[in-house]
Ligand binder design. Structure first.
Ligand code: SAH
Length: 202
């Protein structure tokens, strides 16, 4: 498959719907975020190992997560689990000049990999951090959107606290994808979608 064929497949099966998200998929080349030995199967709809027990998620999963997250231009976005930096790049493309993406990765070598991969895109709206994403990033809160592609047993309280009212979290919890809306300062509304497998949150 080519990049265009993969994107057309995601559009025709209604995984990709939002024009802004489709545009980002076209602007960010998944090839720039996989290991050299995988470049020939980069546009197949499957996760690929990036080392250190991490994977770049399956394109369908990335698309579903972004469609659920509905990031807006100018949003402040917190990402947990930078990995390859692919999702980071998509988020940065969507957030645009007035937005900002803060991404935390537990493994320093992967933060380094993401930094390297992202360099060719020259984003000025991305901050990469090494640390435990479970604590969030208090210094840069509050966030409009929080997204985690590492799976924990529950959604950490810190994320809920660091989310703006009106904001949304999309995170993997167990083998579910959880969409959590902060409807007011203390209230949350949660939806769950079954059947996703993610790298565990450490
Ligand atoms: N979005 C990434 C997916 C990477 S897989 C991509 O597109 O490539 C999930 C990542 O979460 C892994 O890199 C893993 O090291 C990281 N991770 C796991 N637990 C974490 C934690 N507690 N804090 C920050 N990152 C974590």
């Amino acid at each position: 498959m080519t990049s265009q064929q993969l994107i057309e497949k995601l559009i025709s099966d209604k995984t990709l719907i939002t024009p802004r998200i489709i545009k980002a998929f076209k602007a960010i080349d998944r090839k720039d975020f996989v290991l050299i030995q995988d470049k020939d199967r980069v546009y197949e709809d499957q996760p690929l190992s990036i080392g250190y027990g991490a994977t770049i998620s399956q394109p369908t999963t990335v698309a579903i997560m972004l469609e659920k997250l509905q990031p807006q231009p100018d949003n402040r976005v917190l990402e947990i689990g930078t990995g390859s930096g692919y999702m980071t790049a998509l988020l940065a493309e969507i957030a645009g000049k007035r937005g900002k993406v803060f991404s935390i990765e537990y493994i320093p070598e992967l933060k380094g990999l993401a930094e390297f991969n992202l360099r060719r895109y020259n984003f000025r709206n991305v901050g990469l951090f090494v640390g435990d994403g479970k604590a969030g990033l208090k210094e840069y809160a509050p966030f409009d959107r929080i997204i985690s592609s590492a799976s924990g047993d529950e959604t950490p309280k810190s994320w809920k606290n660091q989310l703006k009212a009106g904001g949304r979290i999309v995170a993997s919890v167990g083998e579910n994808l959880v969409v959590l809306d902060k409807t007011s300062k203390k209230r949350f509304k949660q939806e769950e979608y079954r059947g996703f497998i993610f790298v565990p949150l450490r």
